[in-house]
Design a binder for this molecule. Structure first.
Ligand SMILES: NC(=O)c1ccc[n+]([C@@H]2O[C@H](COP(=O)([O-])OP(=O)(O)OC[C@H]3O[C@@H](n4cnc5c(N)ncnc54)[C@H](OP(=O)(O)O)[C@@H]3O)[C@@H](O)[C@H]2O)c1
Length: 307
């Protein structure tokens, strides 16, 4: 389990343990820096894991992505190349690589089906990250095509949940807004400023739902049936989309902030709409269970306890 301390990784560990899987190998970044090729090989050679889930990555919101393209491209390529290559070399039986919905073209047809991959230009603000993720998908597909490896990729839409990064500079929209509203309430501020027009539509998935989907895929779906459909990965989302403006209104209510909302239209909006078509997972019998309202309340109470 790579990246077990992160937002997604910690949810996967919770889910695996709740479902009776206790033989989980975890390493902190201090113990194993996945950017290091030799250290990664040493780990695989000695531990010989049967199953690998890659939730380790350099992750961030629009600001971090658009100001650090070199780090997003280099670190993500290194981490995933090291893990996927040594999983191949040391005979891992099944590997799941986690990408993100930003692999799709900026103006992809909506809801986005898996075959929209590489059908148009990427959103410039996260192009470096997306290119690294696309390379990871193609590496898994390559190991399947050439060596019949059971390596496959899952593309979640925007995620949120406990253990998220609430830093105002590097975080995604939900933790950033929650932190902003919470701080504004505490400091009795009259208003909160939100990046962009508020118009973009987004789909959000609670990490506990994602972890459940990951377990579902690990137990029930093999690479062969995905690649045989002519696609290179599987989408996973909640199926529910909301504008950033409406999201902000819910978070305002959840945090109890009473002031005004201002939209700073000088800041980038990112992709106008991003809704994933998750027919494949639904047809196999999986669907998300946590509503956005319930999920946001859950995250805010986690934030209050842990902030
Ligand atoms: N967050 C989202 O909205 C979202 C949406 C779609 C897809 N995803 C995907 O889900 C996956 C996990 O994302 P996340 O949100 O859970 O990110 P996260 O909270 O930042 O967690 C990433 C994890 O990777 C570890 N890591 C990073 N660099 C490492 C290195 N060089 N060596 C060892 N460990 C390293 C981090 O360790 P430290 O704790 O030491 O930093 C952390 O545990 C990523 O592939 C991401 O693309 C995320």
């Amino acid at each position: 389990m790579a990246g077990h301390k992160g937002l997604v990784g910690s949810a996967i560990v919770r889910c695996l343990k709740n479902n009776g899987y206790n033989n989980i190998i975890e390493r902190t970044r201090k113990e194993l820096d996945l950017l290091e090729q030799n250290a990664t090989e040493y780990f695989f050679k000695n531990e010989k894991p049967d199953l690998v889930i890659i939730a380790a990555a350099k992750v961030g919101g629009i600001f971090a992505n658009s100001t650090q393209p070199a780090e997003f491209l280099y670190q993500n390529l290194m981490i995933q190349n090291n893990i996927i290559y040594y999983s191949h070399k040391y005979n891992v039986k099944k590997l799941l690589f986690l990408g993100s919905a930003c692999i799709y073209p900026k103006l992809a047809n909506q809801p986005i089906v898996e075959n929209e991959l590489l059908s148009g230009f990427l959103e410039p603000t996260n192009e470096a990250y997306a290119i690294a993720k696309i390379a990871g998908i193609k590496l898994c597909e390559g190991y399947f095509n050439q060596y019949d490896k059971n390596f496959l990729s899952l593309m979640p839409n925007n995620l949120y949940g406990p253990n998220d990064n609430f830093d105002l500079v590097t975080s995604h929209v939900i933790p950033a807004l929650m932190n902003k509203f919470h701080t504004a309430k505490q400091k009795s501020k009259k208003s909160v400023t939100i990046w962009g027009t508020g118009n973009p539509l987004r789909e959000f998935l609670h990490v506990d739902d994602l972890a459940n989907a990951i377990l579902f895929v690990m137990e029930k779906i093999n690479a062969k049936e995905i690649y045989e459909k002519g696609i290179s990965h599987i989408n996973v989302g909640s199926g529910f989309e909301i504008s950033i403006r409406d999201l902000a209104i819910i978070i305002k209510e959840v945090t109890g902030f009473n002031g005004e909302l201002y939209f700073d239209i000088s800041k980038p909006d990112g992709t106008p709409r991003k809704l994933l078509d998750d027919t494949i997972l639904k047809q196999k019998g999986w669907h998300a269970r946590i509503s956005l309202h319930d999920g946001l309340r859950d995250v805010y109470s986690w934030f209050q306890k842990n902030n």
